[in-house]
Write a protein that binds this ligand. Structure first.
Ligand SMILES: N[C@@H](CCC(=O)N[C@@H](CS)C(=O)NCC(=O)O)C(=O)O
Length: 190
């Protein structure tokens, strides 16, 4: 299995997931300066010309959320996702998609000082903080004591934010980020 990777990209989230799964994998370093992510060969893997991308035999996966969901299914022994048919599955799928369809763009609006309009499909950042706080509850993770791929996707967004030196202003979320960073295989940047 190959992860197309750059340490200064969202591919660090997929790497974190691979490590939590205990997967054997190869990192293929993509040089953004050399535009290696826009070559015809790379566009056959990810037509959007972006990282991360994963190749597993004849399977190619792009979009960070899809990669995390793929890996959770490939490594059931890591127990990082509720199984299909279980009551937690719907909430798990929702949180996975929410991470990049609402949380990430609203965080982008906040960091770039752009006003969020509801027509765009996501809420303002303060509302996403309310949503995550409510879903986290007493924690320690989104599914109580059970660490899942949803923590990788939702948590990584707040880890980015911390690395950019931007506080959330929410103590429960800050404590959640502390817990995620303290995991032995936790996300590493740079
Ligand atoms: N929604 C995509 C975002 C991918 C993305 O924007 N990746 C950035 C790196 S963090 C990238 O490859 N940028 C280079 C470019 O677009 O030229 C995902 O989650 O996989």
């Amino acid at each position: 299995m190959k992860l197309y990777y750059n340490p200064k990209s969202r591919a660090v989230i997929s790497k974190w997931m691979l490590d939590e799964c205990g997967a054997q994998y190869e990192l293929v370093l993509i040089d953004f300066e050399k535009r290696e992510h826009k070559t015809p060969e790379f566009l056959k893997i990810n037509p959007a010309g972006k990282l991360p991308a994963l190749v597993d035999g004849d399977t190619r996966v792009f979009e960070g959320t899809a990669i995390c969901m793929y890996l959770a299914e490939k490594y059931p022994q890591a127990n990082l996702a509720p199984k299909p048919g279980t009551p937690e599955r719907g909430r798990y799928l929702s949180l996975m998609v929410y991470s990049t369809s609402q949380l990430e763009p609203s965080m982008g609006d906040k960091l770039m000082n752009v006003q969020t309009t509801p027509q765009r499909g996501w809420t303002d950042f303060e509302t996403t903080l309310d949503v995550v706080e409510r879903e986290l509850g007493k924690g320690p993770y989104l599914f109580g004591d059970w660490f899942t791929a949803a923590d990788v996707m939702i948590g990584s967004m707040f880890i980015w934010m911390r690395m950019w030196g931007k506080p959330t202003g929410r103590s429960a979320i800050d404590a959640y980020v502390d817990r995620l960073l303290a995991r032995p295989k936790g996300m590493k940047m740079g």
